[in-house]
Design a protein around this ligand. Structure first.
Ligand code: PLP
Length: 355
């Protein structure tokens, strides 16, 4: 069963329809290769502006960085930067057990040992477990602001204290949460406002409603970003790929400027309204989430989980199973009527299993 470009019944993806403004800008710059910024100075300026907007939103208007292909590239490059900066023979990095698989790839590609820290009962990383894994060869700690499976925010301030005390790089993976958390009603300190956070992943092609591929990698300090420099025949490159899309840079800037703080706040507010509606409705038929949702990700504990998921799939719903729970991401393409239709189906299937 293919999607055929239709996200409407999709609860399993962290991507969504790009905003029409992003699509238009993307099409206008389809030819542009930012691997050679000298050929496209206008786009290079667009990229700097997009990074400044993202940085300002995430606690530092002075942040530097670039538009990547997504969270995977950003995370790999952050780990690469930390390895180059600290220059250890046998480097290791410490990530929460909840970290995205891109850190496994980073470990393979870059040749750093991956150490996984345990989680607390609320699925955030256990800082004492992180501390216990640090040794003289640790180059980077990673905190997640919006985990893939549950949308949990790790205790970034405590990780930052550890990182500063041990002189270690701290990277925050806010691929999903970076364009959600700043717009939530509750304030969370997770970004460059936390002293010690050196780099951040934030993906415009997720909740930013830009086109794919649009990721973001931000550094607090120019010197850290410079660690990624390679001289090419025609310029200095800090990206992972050589040829890279100018179209997604134009799309990202267009949608960031068009929606602005107020526009994204409205998008997130609607996603959160529907997330809360989803939890309330499930409670009516005795189904409860693993944790109270922090952002627009819900995971329901269910008996007969895989059978329920199969039946939902048969009804053409796209869902995923993570942490032994039914995981739903309430993206901007989910409308109230679709959510109600889905919850009716879920209730029918769950109730049938209870009989
Ligand atoms: N980090 C987190 C927290 C994610 O949730 C994801 C993807 O869902 C990624 C990184 C990887 O992003 P991408 O698929 O854009 O490479």
């Amino acid at each position: 069963m293919g999607l055929n470009g239709d996200y409407r019944r999709v609860f399993s993806s962290m991507c969504t329809y790009p905003h029409p403004v992003a699509v238009r800008a993307h099409v206008d710059y389809l030819h542009a290769n930012l691997g050679d910024p000298n050929l496209f100075p206008e786009l290079a300026a667009f990229e700097r502006r997009a990074i400044t907007i993202l940085g300002s939103l995430l606690g530092s208007a002075e942040a530097v960085g670039y538009i990547t292909t997504g969270g995977t590239e950003s995370n790999i490059q952050a780990i690469r930067a930390s390895k180059l900066i600290y220059g250890k023979d046998k480097p290791n990095i410490i990530v929460p057990a909840s970290a995205h698989q891109s850190f496994n790839k980073a470990s393979d590609f870059i040749g750093v040992e991956l150490r996984k820290a345990q989680l607390n009962d609320d699925y955030s990383v256990d800082v004492s477990s992180v501390e216990g894994l640090i040794d003289d060869n640790t180059t980077c700690l990673v905190g997640i602001a919006g985990t893939t499976s549950l949308g949990v925010i790790d205790p970034i301030s405590s990780l930052a204290k550890l990182a500063r005390r041990n002189d270690i790089f701290l990277h925050v993976d806010a691929a999903f949460g970076g364009l959600v958390i700043p717009f939530l009603k509750k304030y969370h300190k997770f970004d460059f406002n936390v002293d010690g956070v050196r780099s951040l992943t934030v993906d415009p092609h997720k909740m930013g409603m830009s086109t794919i591929p649009s990721g973001g990698l931000l550094f607090r300090y120019e010197d850290d970003f410079e660690a990624l420099s390679t001289n090419t025949f025609y310029s200095v490159e800090r990206s992972m790929t050589g040829t890279r899309s100018g179209a997604s840079v134009a799309a990202t800037l267009a949608v960031l400027e068009h929606l602005g703080y107020k526009g994204y706040k409205n998008v997130v507010a609607e996603c959160m309204r529907l997330t809360n509606l989803c939890v309330e409705r499930a409670a009516e038929f005795g189904v409860y989430p693993l944790i109270e949702p922090v952002m627009n990700v819900v995971a329901f504990r269910l008996p007969h989980l895989s059978k329920v998921a199969l039946k939902l799939t048969a009804k053409r719903w796209h869902v995923s199973i993570m942490n032994n729970a039914l995981r739903l991401v309430i993206m901007p393409h989910i409308t109230e009527s679709i959510l109600v239709e889905f919850m009716d189906d879920l209730e029918e299937i769950v109730t049938a299993h209870q009989r």
